[in-house]
Ligand binder design. Sequence first.
Ligand code: ZN
Length: 317
Amino acid sequence: MPSAEHRRKAQKRRRFLHATGRPPKLDTTEASRHVRWLHDEHGMSMESIARKAGVNASSVSRFYNAEDGGGGYRAVVEKVLRVRPEPPPNVYQAAHVCIVGSQRRVQALFYIGFNGRVLADELGFNGHISNLWRLLEPHRKVLSAVRRESIAQGFEKLQDADPADFGISNNLQSRSVGLAKAKRWAPPHCWDVDTIDDPKAIPEWTGVCGTPQGRYIHERDGVLPVCAPCWTADKARRDETGQSRYRKPEFSPAKLQALLDSREWSAAEVGRRMGGDIKHTRESVYRWLNGERKPAPRSLDRLASALGVMPEDLEVE
Ligand SMILES: [Zn+2]
């Protein structure tokens, strides 16, 4: 699954940075200013800035939204600073590109209550609703680069907007939401800038969709219906284990010990890195190690990030 692969990569990178203890970061004030200039003054979308820079769109939007300088990787900062404003329409913009991300953007906007009339205006269809519907036909594979760009720009503007501000009544909003749900379309928050254009990516409803834990989280948190990749993963789990119910994995003192050993950290050291009251945290770490207690979910998150791993890495397989 691409999402699991993505998490593994992020995890590997965090481990590497913790192991080396010197993340190669630069101040990002200038990169933030540059991205805002490209976006606000030249109308480039995050996606198109990222494509031109050859970096993840999430990095670009992080720069865009950064309040202060913060840190960014040297290579990423430098690539972003090299991006020049998009030239006027040319052959490239007329080229046909994959339609998947554009369809997902339109579908996601329906899910939060936008309707065809407003989307046909805001996404660059000059009000031609029939063209908007045609874009959503399942057999369509490509669209023009210029249209993809106008949809991406409109999506960035509308994904956090209120359809009521565009004159869409509650009644019409419910109709759009109903349509989107019936068609199993996914809302904007199920995608991120790195997955929405990846044809192999699946919408992320639970944070662990497509894994054996997914169905459990869907049902526990009432994120229904359970998505197709989660059903598939749950069936595979049942076939493999013969157990009808998913059991949440338990915290593993042995794994915590192994992670501390590999870093040559004491309980006090990881306690210090977790922050908070040092004496208290250190005592907790001792109790987790000797199996006297299990970390509460929030402590488990803090422990995992202090170690540069995912919480799952601290659970029994
Ligand atoms: Zn799911």
